[in-house]
Design a protein around this ligand. Structure first.
Ligand SMILES: Cc1ncc(C[n+]2csc(CCOP(=O)(O)OP(=O)(O)O)c2C)c(N)n1
Length: 471
C-alpha cells in the first residue's frame, strides 16, 4: 500500500508539506485550517473505515496539535496516520525557522514511526506499519545548500574578533527577545553600520534599513560580507536565504541557538551584551558604511493608490493606536505588512518561537489579562478561525482586529498550490453575535468602541501593491 492508495487524507495547509500534495490522489483530499480538528476528523473517519485515514501537516506546532487525536487513536486502537512535512536533518536542533523535533512529540502515542527523505517516498510501503503511525518526511527546498563553505569561528570573544577581521562589511540583524531592544539597537546604529531591526525587537522605527526589500537587494548584490545577528530567530526572508547563499554569520542568542544550519553562536542575550565592553570595543574595528535605501514617499504613494489592500488598512491602524498600547501581531502576512508600514515606537508582541498560527487569540487574551493597558491584536482570518472558542471571554482592554482577506493569502504571495489558500467568503459578524461581543466592520473610527473590528480587504489590491512595491 502506497500513499497514493490512502482513501482519505485531511490535508492541513502549510508551506513545508506543499510538496507532499502530489503524493496523494486529489479526489481523496480535503483541505483543512486546524490540525487539531483535522486529526480528530481523521480519527472519526478511521473508526468506520477498514483502511488507515491520514492527516498531513506542515512543520512546527501543526504537529503537536495532532497529539490528542493520536493519543485517542493509540488507546482505542484506531488506524490513524500522521504525515508531517519537516526540514532536512542539518536544520534540526538549531531553532531554524519553524523547525522542531517532530519525532519526540508523538512518542508514546504511536505504534510505528518512519522518518524518510522526500525523494524516497515512492519506496514507502504503508502495509509494513502498525497503527496509529507517524511518517515524518524530510523535505529539501531547491537552492538550499547542503554543505556550507562559510567559515565558522570559535565560540569565544577571540572568535568574534577574528570574524570581524575577516569580514569587513556586516549586516547587523536584530531579531527579538522578550523585552524591547530599542536602546540596544540605537547604540548599535550609532556605530554607522547597516542595521535591520525587526518589528518584534521594538526598534524597527529606528532601523537604518527600513524596508525588507532594500535589505534583500543589498544582500543579493553582495553588499554584505557577513551577518551579525542579535536576538531570536529572525522573521525576514533574508535569514532563510542564508541557507542558499552561505555568508559567515556570528549570532548572539540567549537561547544558544544558531537559527540556521551553519554559523557560530554565543549564548548571550542583548541585556547582557549591552554591558559587555568587549562587544562594543570589538565593533569599533569596523569602518562605517551604508547601503542605498528606498524613499518612504514611494510607499505612501502605493498606500493611497491601493486603499483596500491589507497594507493600507494596517497602515491606517498604526496611526490610531495610543502610545502606551500593546500590539499583538499574528503570524502570516499581518506581521510582515506591519513591519513594512511601521513608523512608531510601540510595544510589539507575537509568537515567533515556531510561528504557529494556533492559539494566537488566546495568547493575546492572556496578555490583556495581565495588564491594564489596551491590547490591539491583529490577526488574519484563518488564524482567527483557528482559535474561535477563545472568543468566549474577551477582556475589556482587548481589541481584536481581523484582517479578512478571505483566505490564507500568504500562500498566494508564495505562489504555492491555490488550494492551500482555503478561499472563503465568510465574515465574522454573526460569530461576534453568537459570543455576544461588540463588533464593527470596515469602520476604523469604531476601533475604540467595539471588541472586534473586522477589516475586509481586497486581495487583488494587495497583490498589485506588492508587485509594484517589489519591482
Ligand atoms: C499551527 C499552524 N498550522 C499551520 C501553519 C501554516 N500557516 C502559516 S500561515 C497560514 C495561513 C494563515 O492565514 P491567515 O490567518 O488568513 O493570514 P494571511 O495568510 O491571509 O495573512 C498557515 C496555515 C502554521 N504556521 N501554524
Amino acid at each position: 500500500m502506497k500513499l497514493q492508495d490512502l482513501k482519505h487524507v485531511y490535508f492541513c495547509t502549510g508551506a513545508r508539506n506543499n510538496d507532499l500534495l502530489d503524493h496523494f490522489k486529489s479526489e481523496n483530499l480535503s483541505f483543512e485550517i486546524d490540525e487539531r480538528s483535522a486529526s480528530f476528523k481523521a480519527l472519526g473517519r478511521a473508526k468506520i473505515s477498514t483502511a488507515p485515514v491520514a492527516v498531513c501537516t506542515t512543520s512546527g506546532t501543526a504537529v503537536s496539535e495532532c497529539l490528542s487525536a493520536l493519543i485517542e487513536a493509540y488507546y482505542s486502537n484506531i488506524p490513524l496516520l500522521l504525515i508531517t512535512g519537516d526540514r532536512p536533518k542539518r536544520m534540526h536542533g538549531k531553532a531554524c525557522p519553524q523547525t522542531i523535533d517532530h519525532e519526540i512529540i508523538t512518542r508514546g502515542a504511536r505504534r510505528s514511526f518512519v522518518e524518510i527523505e522526500f525523494e524516497k517516498l515512492d519506496e514507502l510501503d504503508l502495509s509494513t506499519l502498525t497503527f496509529p503511525a507517524h511518517i515524518n518526511v524530510l523535505i529539501e527546498k531547491k537552492n538550499e545548500k547542503q554543505q556550507s563553505g562559510a567559515k565558522t569561528y570559535s565560540q569565544t570573544w577571540d572568535g568574534f574578533q577574528s570574524f570581524i577581521k575577516d569580514n569587513p562589511s556586516p549586516l547587523i540583524l536584530i531579531g527579538h527577545e522578550n523585552n524591547s531592544m530599542y536602546d540596544f539597537a540605537k547604540r548599535i546604529k550609532d556605530l554607522g553600520l547597516p542595521i535591520y531591526a525587526e518589528i518584534l525587537s521594538g526598534a524597527h522605527s529606528i532601523s537604518s534599513i527600513t524596508f525588507e526589500k532594500d535589505l534583500l537587494r543589498a544582500f543579493k548584490d553582495g553588499q554584505f560580507t557577513s551577518v551579525i545577528r542579535i536576538g531570536h530567530t529572525p522573521l525576514t526572508k533574508m535569514w532563510r536565504l542564508l541557507e542558499e547563499t552561505h555568508l559567515p554569520q556570528f549570532s548572539f542568542d540567549e537561547r544558544g541557538f544558531l537559527g540556521l544550519s551553519h554559523g557560530t553562536v554565543l549564548p548571550i542575550g542583548f541585556e547582557e551584551l549591552i554591558k559587555k565592553e568587549i562587544f562594543w570595543d570589538s565593533l569599533k574595528a569596523y569602518k562605517p558604511f551604508s547601503i542605498n535605501t528606498s524613499a518612504p514617499f514611494d510607499l505612501q504613494k502605493l498606500i493611497q493608490k491601493y486603499p483596500h489592500s491589507d497594507i493600507s488598512l494596517i497602515s491606517q491602524l498604526e496611526e490610531i493606536f495610543e502610545d502606551e498600547s500593546l500590539i499583538y501581531l499574528g503570524n502570516s502576512l499581518v506581521i510582515r505588512f506591519y513591519e513594512l508600514i511601521n513608523k512608531r515606537k510601540l510595544n510589539f508582541f507575537g509568537n515567533r518561537g515556531v510561528n504557529g498560527i494556533d492559539g494566537q487569540l488566546s495568547t493575546a487574551i492572556g496578555l490583556a489579562s495581565g495588564t491594564k493597558k489596551m491590547v490591539y491584536c491583529i490577526l488574519g482570518d484563518l488564524t482567527t478561525f483557528y482559535d474561535l472558542s477563545a472568543l468566549k471571554d474577551i477582556p475589556n482592554n482587548l481589541r481584536l482586529i481581523i484582517v479578512n482577506n478571505s483566505g490564507g493569502r500568504i500562500f498566494e504571495t508564495m505562489n504555492l498550490n491555490e488550494k492551500l489558500i482555503l478561499k472563503h467568503e465568510s465574515q465574522f459578524g454573526r460569530i461576534a453575535t453568537a459570543f455576544n461581543i461588540s463588533y464593527a466592520v470596515n469602520d476604523l473610527k469604531m476601533l475604540k468602541d467595539v471588541n472586534i473590528l473586522e477589516l475586509i480587504t481586497d486581495p487583488k489590491q494587495t497583490l498589485s501593491f506588492l508587485k509594484e512595491w517589489e519591482q
